[in-house]
Design a protein around this ligand. Sequence first.
Ligand SMILES: [Zn+2]
Length: 112
Amino acid sequence: MSKHEAARTQLEQQLARLLERVGQIEGDLRQTHDRDWQERAIELENDEVLKGLDDMTLGEVRRIRGALGRIANGTYGACSTCGRTISPERLAAIPSALTCLVCSSERQQRNS
Ligand SMILES: [Zn+2]
């Protein structure tokens, strides 16, 4: 049993839940729009919300897949920016975390 077995299990469960959600959202998006224009406008608005959620969900799916890939190749738990070990507390809270707390907060400050 590898030392990241618990994280791997957690990530795989998260991934399964997310993919289920993506499937549901895609089902919603495929519903037909043959009603009068007013109802259609409301539906389009809802679609925007669904698409936003979809992008977010797909982003998360990519992150989790990336984390699973890093577990497989042995680089999981190392910060992708500075290379230092990401604290076990942080990985427990966010198993798909790519960077350590320092790099993550630096990035957030740059973006704001
Ligand atoms: Zn770092």
